[in-house]
Design a protein around this ligand. Structure first.
Ligand code: GLU
Length: 265
């Protein structure tokens, strides 16, 4: 009898241990430790998006609002904004690269959506965009109502823009490219009449070529978040702290105005 109760006590203890181990392994953690051990942050950023992350082929420099947030994170962790390695992501590759461990986080014009929340965790909103249309000056296309059958609309693989436009203009012919510079080159080459994505990205294209204009207003909400591996609550908290610090110190407003040319709302 004594033996049996000792055995059951042992079993209870074993079960408790297993439950703890099980719970522990479910929580993804340690990005911040990995960053500290490595001595730098690896940020997945765009190389194709003026104002947010654009690589200048002549200098090799990558610049934009998202890039400056990545540098600010390096400064927060290491006291040195150069302790960041930038890795190119596209809308299609960013989630797989994060999940593979190739990058620590995504700072790349990424809209927070319920669907994406199943795969990654997001920070608080750090930028508010909305989907719009870019056309050549003088185009007959002035809004969603003009995206009729036969109209070719250009956009990018893996973006919310591609998904949304199929819902909003189901008759249009949607063509998807690997990145935004390819899509814009195609628009300029006449491979389509319209390019659609977030207004802020389209504004960057308009700056690159003022023969193109935004039309049709904003027809979606695209709140941008910084994405980290699902379950890494410690790292999300660090990133949210950074955003709060940047807002209260005025650094966020300064960067916003520097890149967007206007003050944040
Ligand atoms: N914000 C939209 C998205 O997350 C469009 C911009 C992009 O493709 O990164 O899909």
């Amino acid at each position: 009898m004594k033996k049996r109760s000792r055995l059951s006590a042992l079993l209870v203890l074993l079960t408790v241990c297993l439950v703890f181990v099980g719970c522990g392994s479910k929580k993804e953690s340690g990005t911040i430790d990995a960053i500290k051990a490595r001595g730098k942050v690896i940020a997945g950023v765009k190389y194709d998006t003026k104002l947010f992350g654009l690589k200048d082929p002549a200098s090799g420099k990558v610049e934009g609002f998202d890039i400056d947030i990545a540098k600010a994170l390096a400064k927060k962790i290491f006291g040195d904004e150069t302790k960041v390695e930038l890795k190119e992501v596209t809308s299609k590759t960013r989630i797989p690269l994060l999940q593979n461990g190739d990058i620590d986080l995504i700072i790349a014009t990424m809209t927070i959506t319920e669907e994406r929340k199943e795969q990654v965790d997001f920070s608080d909103v750090y930028f508010k965009a909305g989907q719009s249309l870019l056309v050549k000056k003088g185009s007959e296309i002035q809004g969603l109502q003009d995206l009729k059958k036969g109209v070719k609309v250009l956009t990018v693989k893996g973006s919310t823009s591609a998904k949304n436009i199929r819902e909003k203009a189901p008759d249009a012919n949607v063509l998807e490219f690997e990145n935004y510079q390819d899509a814009f080159t195609a628009l300029k080459a006449g491979q389509g009449e319209v390019l659609t994505t977030d207004n802020a990205i389209l504004l960057g294209m308009q700056q690159q070529d003022p023969n193109y204009v935004l039309v049709g207003g904003n027809f979606t909400d695209e709140p941008y978040g910084i994405a980290v591996k699902k379950g890494d609550v410690d790292f999300v908290a660090q990133v949210n702290d950074l955003l709060k610090e940047m807002k209260s110190s005025g650094e966020y407003d300064k960067l916003y105005e520097q890149w967007m040319g206007v003050k944040p709302e």
